[in-house]
Design a protein around this ligand. Structure first.
Ligand code: NAD
Ligand code: SER
Length: 315
């Protein structure tokens, strides 16, 4: 079997750090090249393999790196997320779309074996069924982030149909992690709450008490991503992006779970502009297609995740 050489673009972000470490475990440190716009590598990646500072929208630089490192697969994670995207919509469109389109073209030209590009629950909007949102349904995103993700999904499908590009994608829910910080999303409260619970036993949520959103612990998301990428091609029936689900909870519910470990933890609520974004998204996701096509299964629920987050952040 040909040895894969993987390039991760956006490797210093919330997902990138953990995905890079996981892929290095599988493929070997020198076969997984980390890259990001950031001038210096994330401390957790510092001694584990090569790192390059690169702009995902600078396709000449990306092409030169692909040639230099004989890259065979790319994971394109660079993006502006929902909340940051609403502050600079044109910039979000440029980063999210230009990088994807150019890197898809490069992948076809250089005959890369696979491309991974994540989508999001942000593709769904207020007209989408809110509970158990199906894989195929009404899709009218309200944020520039959601628009870029849905357009990106359509382009993935097009490149697969037209040029046979083996591009794979997941609609991640809000991801919760302790190793690396979240980067400007609407679901970031569900990470901040654990940090503040441990630091000062108090958290002011920027979403209201009963705002339910689909969520997932990072370990599940990383394993799901790798399982999707390693699944035989014939099992990948969707070239848009697969719905992926683990749990759904509200700020009130996560606070109650934390109080089982820190009884004097207090939460209050001061919803800001992110409330409208959250209100436009599903409360829960139906991921039957992922479970059927490539046997996706989550392992963490709210109780297990809370234990893991408090234990690990506590260290
Ligand atoms: P993040 O913001 O934590 O990380 C993104 C990384 O990309 C950052 O390190 C940033 O420096 C880098 N970056 C930004 N612009 C760049 C550019 N022009 N060139 C190179 N690097 C650049 O985001 P994340 O949470 O790790 O998300 C990664 C991907 O997963 C994104 O596409 C995001 O939309 C998607 N996603 C994330 C979540 C989540 O909850 N974290 C949920 C759904 C989808
Ligand atoms: N967690 C992401 C965000 O809130 C969802 O894509 O933007």
């Amino acid at each position: 079997m040909k040895q894969e050489k993987i390039l991760i673009i956006g490797a210093c972000g919330q997902i990138g750090v953990e995905l890079t470490l996981a892929l290095r475990n599988i493929y070997g440190n020198n076969n997984v090249i980390a890259s990001d716009l950031r001038p210096t590598v994330h401390p957790l990646l510092a001694d584990s393999g090569p790192y390059y500072t690169i702009d995902a929208t600078d396709i000449k630089a990306v092409a030169a790196l692909v040639a230099k490192e004989s890259i065979t697969q790319i994971y394109l994670l660079a993006a502006l997320l929902s909340a940051t995207g609403e502050k600079m919509p044109m910039k979000a469109w440029e980063i999210n779309m230009d990088s994807l389109l150019q890197i898809m073209e490069l992948s076809v030209e250089k005959k890369l074996t696979k491309l991974y590009w994540p989508s999001s629950i942000a593709v769904f909007g207020t007209t989408t069924p809110k509970q158990n949102t199906p894989q195929k349904t009404i899709v009218e995103p309200t944020t520039v982030y959601g628009i870029s993700k849905y357009a990106g999904e359509m382009w993935c499908q097009y490149f697969h149909r037209r040029w046979g590009l083996d591009v794979r994608s997941l609609r991640y829910p809000g991801l919760i992690s302790w190793k690396s910080a979240p980067g400007g999303g609407t679901t970031d409260y569900a990470v901040e709450i654990y940090i503040e619970a441990l630091k000062q036993k108090q958290y002011t949520s920027f979403l209201s008490a009963d705002t339910y959103l689909p969520m997932m612990y990072m370990d599940d998301a990383i394993r799901g991503t790798i399982e999707l990428m390693e699944a035989p091609e014939a099992q990948i029936k969707s070239r848009m992006a697969y719905n992926l689900s683990a749990m759904s909870f509200s700020p009130k519910e996560i606070a109650a779970e934390i109080q089982k470990h820190i009884p004097d933890f207090k939460i209050d609520y001061a919803p800001d502009f992110r409330q409208a974004i959250a209100d436009s998204w599903p409360a829960s996701i139906d991921d039957a297609a992922a479970r059927q096509d490539w046997q996706w299964q989550h392992r963490f629920d709210l109780e297990k995740m809370t234990k893991a987050m408090l234990e690990n952040l506590g260290k």
